[in-house]
Design a protein around this ligand. Structure first.
Ligand code: SER
Length: 631
């Protein structure tokens, strides 16, 4: 089965059952300061899970581009990826557990012809927040699943969301494929993480809202949110060993083999990391809201992915610009399904080559420091040292990577542990400042019969992850997709400003992006010149005039063609839909938009532009505030 056949089979199955297909949203969420990337199909749907009406109705299905970096250290095994495609079906206050479970059972056993005995499931075991999900288990039983293939697990396993601190969430029932491997022990049951059971689908019954105090209260509607991993299921359908042996990766790995002259079979982990990380980087760069590598937010995640791939390629002696050559294969492999990769092709290639050039320099500086540390650990009488290291990076010193065995100790030399161990702090500094992974540093050290305090490194690494997690949680403040009253009003202010900018600067001005937090609005737009102070003052005046006029914000549903005929601006990827929402503020703005919005412009109180600046060639950025902050 091809990837596209699987995508189509899924979408057709659900459209035949009353679902409307929606397009994949961007990998980089718009108007959502709480997450760096779209990590699940539910992100773009949060307003609708909370009760907002979706223009296409209450049953939706899609194939969503997702990115998760939480499992980055597991990449290299058979099933983990950073970028992946999630097929999903949603009920927005429509059907619930019975239909959802029945649909999944029928799709797996009838459409995909899975032998039913290969399928097992887990249900929520219950706690103080929500009852044991006997209802879901009974539905599975009624479909012929025996009790030994139904396992009850606690919240840590069988509860999904909220993705941030607050938001929609609920118990889930997870569906596993039994690989046929032996049980890892007498307690091995569906849901065990030993590798016998592979999770293939997750049906979340989103019926609770978790607030900032950790309290769960029922949502106004009961929703279903499911996620079916394309890569894993394709792998299982085709009976191949890993997701890397599917058509989604095979040409990519072949290209990496031909560039490096090495065999995938001899270097599984390295090739999988290269293929996974460059696929994720290509999708981030190739998104219509794509961003360049940097030291902050999405740009930093992107940078880490690219540099890690580059290090593995360097270790295998890949030629210059190997990353962009591999990305080219990825673009070609996916551009029919994701045309944005074709549109943004030049940017993808240029950014990968640029990052390679930049990191080439850091890598060298890091090598100098590594030499210094390791020289300090080796008694001069033992010699060695520099000569061996000067070949790196990419020299023979790295060629054998994980296959190299340490050179035999010199006759009469002190045993290994007496020769020195690279302290964890230094190994971590090489990792943190120069981007050297532990294995890379260990390789260098082994050249000189020096060991590395790997346990200490892992401890520092975990502490560092805790710190970055704490940092990430700051971003989640306010919950996933902050739909507070403040952000809703700022969203309306963005429409008014867009309208005013087009009135003042001309209708060649287009919105390029926006980012709203509870405190402020950031709005990017196309303009090849600085906006003068007079023009900014005029934009501000028009928005304040609209606020003073207390204009109602009216939402109408219509076809995209009618929306354009009515002069609405904005893009709504209506590839599969024939109804969009148009928000009108009579005399000031008409935009295609998902909402939500303030009911009346008077709710905004006041509007003030704080800053206008250039952020890229032809793109300007305005920061603005409303309400008391604007007075
Ligand atoms: N949100 C759930 C998940 O990511 C189901 O789609 O698994």
């Amino acid at each position: 089965m091809t990837a596209n056949e699987l995508r189509q089979l899924y979408i057709n199955f659900f459209t035949e059952r009353g679902h409307r297909q929606i397009a994949s949203a961007s990998l980089i969420p718009e108007n959502d300061p709480s997450v760096l990337f779209t990590t699940a199909g539910m992100h773009p749907l949060v307003p609708y899970l909370l009760g907002e009406k979706h223009p296409l109705g209450r049953r939706l299905a899609d194939c969503q581009k997702c990115l998760r970096t939480g499992d980055i250290d597991s990449v290299g095994d058979a099933y983990h990826c950073t970028f992946f495609e999630m097929l999903g079906n949603w009920s927005l206050g429509d059907y619930f557990k019975k239909e959802s479970i029945t649909f999944s059972h029928e799709f797996l056993t009838i459409a995909l012809k899975f032998p039913q005995e290969k399928i097992s499931v887990t249900c929520f075991a219950g706690d103080a927040d929500a009852p044991r999900d006997e209802e879901a288990a009974d539905i599975w039983r009624s479909l012929g699943y025996p009790d030994e293939r139904i396992n009850f697990l606690p919240k840590s396993d069988n509860w999904w969301g909220p993705a941030g601190i607050t938001g929609p969430c609920g118990p889930d029932t997870e569906i596993f494929y039994d690989t046929g491997k032996p049980k890892c022990g007498p307690d091995c049951r569906p849901g065990c993480h030993c590798g016998k059971y592979v999770e293939i689908w997750n049906n979340v019954f989103m019926q609770y809202f978790k607030d900032e105090f950790g309290k769960f209260s029922p949502l106004s509607q009961k929703n279903v949110d499911t996620g079916f991993g394309l890569e894993r299921n394709l792998c299982i359908q085709n009976g191949v060993e890993s997701v890397y042996d599917t058509e989604l990766f095979v040409p990519v790995i072949k290209k990496a083999e031909s560039l490096t002259g090495k065999k995938y079979a001899d270097n599984l982990k390295a090739f999988r990391i290269i293929a996974d990380h460059l696929r994720a980087a290509t999708f981030i760069l190739g998104d219509d809201r794509g961003i360049a590598p940097s030291n902050v937010d999405q740009g930093y995640v992107l940078r880490r992915l690219i540099r890690r791939a580059y290090r593995y390629l360097t270790q295998m002696n890949a030629p210059a610009n190997a990353m962009s050559a591999i990305a080219q294969v990825i673009v070609d492999n996916y551009k029919e399904v994701y045309p944005e990769l074709g549109r943004n092709h030049d940017f993808v290639i240029a950014q990968l080559n640029r990052e390679e050039e930049l990191f080439g320099r850091t890598l060298e500086a890091g090598m100098k420091i590594a030499n210094k540390y390791l020289d300090g650990l080796i008694p001069p009488s033992l010699g060695g040292g520099r000569a061996a290291l000067s070949r790196a990076p990419g020299g023979e010193a790295f060629n054998d990577n994980d296959k190299a065995s340490p050179p035999a100790p010199m006759p009469g030399a002190a045993p290994l542990q007496e020769r020195g161990e690279l302290p964890a702090e230094l190994a971590f500094k090489l990792y943190d400042t120069y981007g050297f992974p532990l294995e890379f540093t260990e390789e260098l050290a082994r050249e000189r019969n020096i060991s590395v305090d790997a346990d200490g490194f892992h401890k520092l690494f975990a502490a560092h992850q805790e710190k970055s997690r704490a940092g990430a949680e700051q971003k989640f403040k306010g919950g996933l997709a902050d739909h507070s009253e403040e952000t809703t009003k700022l969203h309306t202010a963005a429409h008014l400003m867009n309208g005013a900018l087009r009135r003042v600067l001309g209708d060649t001005v287009f919105q390029k992006g926006s980012n709203i937090t509870a405190e402020r609005l950031r709005f990017d737009f196309s303009s090849d010149r600085k906006v003068t102070p007079e023009e900014l003052a005029e934009v501000e005046r028009i928005v304040n005039e609209a606020i003073a006029a207390a204009v109602p914000v009216v939402c109408t549903e219509m076809s995209p063609a009618d929306a354009h005929a009515a002069g609405a601006v904005g893009v709504f990827d209506s590839k599969y839909g024939d109804v969009v929402k148009v928000y009108s503020i009579e005399g000031y703005s008409k935009e295609i938009c998902g909402g939500p919005h303030a009911a009346n412009t008077a709710d905004l109180g006041a509007f003030k532009i704080q800053k206008e600046e250039s952020i890229a060639a032809g793109v300007r950025r305005i920061k603005a505030v409303i309400g008391d902050a604007a007075k």
